[in-house]
Ligand binder design. Structure first.
Ligand code: SF4
Length: 220
């Protein structure tokens, strides 16, 4: 069963890599600290919106100290359009303070240390470790990865943590970082939440939820 699943995932990966050769982290950043901030901002917000906000934000705030020089109200205004801006301000200023006090202003390289930072959960830590440091500590699970994992029959779990635990044994470790980028690219282009385009899907033959097989539109 696990072997069959692993083989299917390998085939899915091969086809998605061919379909989306440029798949990568869609949050603009030029270093680990910027990626950390962008990922905190991306909660309940599109990456496109975050990229608009960080264009100015990263010019104004270049290092952790800069986020602590302003009042919470000022930072709230600067990130307002990403939503949940009060909580995100608390997280960003808390994380900036912890980075300065505990890590010499640098972003730490381990899951345990990242999880200690305010506002940083496993998804954010995985994004930073994988995309800023090239460290495969886990698999990022967002709404696209959740939806496609269900449709592709890779997990039936509901929470991101449990879905990640289902994916870890079946996705080759060397692909842990690229896997979510490929799935997100496919989720945006073809396997959309509503009305997935199964007839145009490159992994249709490997998908148990395909409309062409079941005659039923897959659930979102
Ligand atoms: S066949 Fe349909 S449901 Fe399955 S992955 Fe492709 S688009 Fe999504």
């Amino acid at each position: 069963m696990l072997t069959e699943l692993k083989q299917r995932v390998r085939k899915i990966l091969r086809l998605l890599k061919r379909a989306y050769p440029d798949a990568k982290c869609s949050l603009n950043h030029s270093n680990a600290f910027e990626l950390l901030i962008a990922t905190i901002l991306s909660a309940q917000c599109t990456d496109a919106r975050v990229n608009i906000v960080t264009q100015d934000l990263f010019r104004k705030y270049r290092k952790p100290e800069d986020y602590l020089k302003v009042s919470p109200t000022e930072l709230q205004q600067d990130i307002r359009t990403t939503g949940f801006f009060r909580n995100k301000t608390t997280s960003i200023q808390g994380a900036a303070k912890a980075l300065i006090e505990d890590y010499g202003g640098e972003v730490p390289h381990t899951m345990d240390e990242l999880l200690e930072l305010p506002g940083v959960a496993r998804k954010t830590a995985n994004v930073v470790l994988g995309n800023a440091f090239g460290i495969s500590a886990g698999v990022v699970v967002d709404t696209h990865v959740t939806r496609l994992s269900h449709r592709l029959g890779l997990s039936s779990q509901k929470t991101a943590e449990k879905i990640e635990q289902d994916l870890i044994p079946i996705v080759p470790k060397k692909d842990w970082v690229i896997f979510p980028h490929l799935i997100i690219a496919h989720g945006r282009a073809i396997c959309k939440a509503r009305n997935p385009l199964c007839e145009e899907c490159v992994v249709e033959k490997l998908c148990p939820s395909s409309f062409l097989k079941t005659g039923v539109m897959p659930e979102s």
